[in-house]
Design a protein around this ligand. Structure first.
Ligand code: PLP
Length: 371
């Protein structure tokens, strides 16, 4: 089989898996307990927080462990906006974790503006400048889009937010572990990340919250995560997340070069087969290729590839039940005759040059079979 849906999720790194086992089987003590049996867990948590903080240029006390990207996004938005008299700005190309959290805020009476994106799925800083006001409390724009991989001009967007007295949050779920991410260089106040997108376990992630940011707790209960996110710590997954992040960051450059090569092989092959397609996005996240193929239907392509044991996606994993054209493809204004034939191939650590060529060959077979 060929698994090429790494933007939906990645396989767990073996070292990350191995580091989990002792915390599940031997050092299973509750890390919040004061006795010596819990020391190993406590120490591991402290080290993991330090490792993760270092990789994004943060302080350890600015890292808050969560259950993943969805929770981090919900916390950042609701923790700032619930009960606020201000308004917020996000973009039309966000993941549903952000969009639906914003919808929930609208139901509470918060005014939310949705910035458009250009043909390459990039939110223009000018658009933010036009809409931001002194009443804007929060701006939330993702670092890299999950459907087409486009990287956003985060430094410029955060500068505009700060010049107008607003906080800046970014959903960096697709970026962390795949591209350099420094919260200080980019002047980010809050950043969401999820371990299963960088070869860590599912159900664990973090929210970076800049020191001094006035945010409401996500969950009330025990004193974990400085009293802001109560609940017994998932030590095994947290430790594995830190190992996976460390490994991905150490090999980031070589991974990027390898993934770019796979993209090129696939694109060249498709062109050589005379497939009429548009490649979406600004070629941001390495290995993420969104193709809109003229005259095709994304769902049909996905199922035909599935029969060949090739696993790709029509867009966001969370949209797989939704056969409509995705909100991202709509926001980019992909021409109608191409839009319906959109698929996302996202290469990762396990993919080879042969995989890239095989996927292109399989797509050509399917398309030629339709003529
Ligand atoms: N944000 C983006 C950009 C994503 O791609 C995803 C997952 O697909 C999420 C948020 C949600 O993350 P999680 O699956 O960890 O809840």
């Amino acid at each position: 089989m060929i698994y090429a849906d790494n933007a939906a999720t990645t396989p767990l790194d073996r070292d990350a898996f191995e580091v989990m086992c002792p915390f599940l089987l031997e050092y299973y003590g509750n890390a919040s307990q004061p006795y010596s049996f819990s020391v190993a867990g406590k120490k591991a948590l402290k080290q993991a927080r330090k490792t993760i903080a270092h990789r994004i240029g943060a302080l350890p006390e600015e890292i808050y462990f969560t259950s993943g990207g969805t929770e981090s996004d919900n916390w950042a938005i609701k923790g700032i906006m619930a009960g606020s008299h201000g308004s917020m700005i996000t973009s039309q190309i966000e993941h549903h974790a952000v969009l639906h959290a914003c919808n929930a805020m609208e139901r509470l009476g918060v005014r939310v503006e949705y910035l458009p994106a250009d043909r390459n799925c990039v939110v223009q800083p000018e658009a933010l400048k036009e809409r931001i006001t002194q009443n804007t409390r929060l701006v939330s724009v993702m670092m890299a889009n999950n459907e087409v991989g486009s990287v956003q001009p985060i430094a410029e967007l955060s500068r505009i937010a700060h010049e107008n007295g607003a906080l800046f949050h970014t959903d960096a779920v697709q970026a962390v572990g795949h591209m350099e991410t420094d919260v200080n260089c980019l002047e980010i106040d809050m950043l969401s990340a999820s371990a299963h997108k960088f070869n860590g376990p599912k159900g664990i992630g973090f929210l970076y919250i800049r020191k001094g940011t006035a945010i409401q707790p996500y969950a009330d209960g025990g004193a974990q995560e400085a009293g802001l996110r109560a609940g017994t710590e998932n030590v095994a997954s947290i430790v594995a997340m830190a190992v996976a992040l460390e490994k991905n960051c150490e090999h980031m450059q070589e991974n990027q070069i390898r993934l770019r090569k796979l993209e090129q092989i696939m694109e060249d092959r498709l062109r050589a087969e005379n497939i009429d397609f548009i490649r979406n996005g600004n070629r941001g996240i390495p290995g993420n290729i969104s193709l809109s193929i003229r005259g095709a239907e994304g769902e049909m392509l996905l199922h035909r590839l599935d029969l060949k044991k090739i696993y790709v996606s029509t867009g966001s994993a969370c949209d797989s039940k939704n056969t409509e054209i995705s909100h991202v493809i709509k926001a980019m204004k992909v021409p109608d005759e191409y839009a319906e034939g959109t698929i996302r191939v996202s290469f990762g650590a396990g993919n080879t040059e042969e995989d890239a060529a095989d996927i292109a060959r399989a797509l050509a077979e399917i398309m030629n079979g339709m003529k």
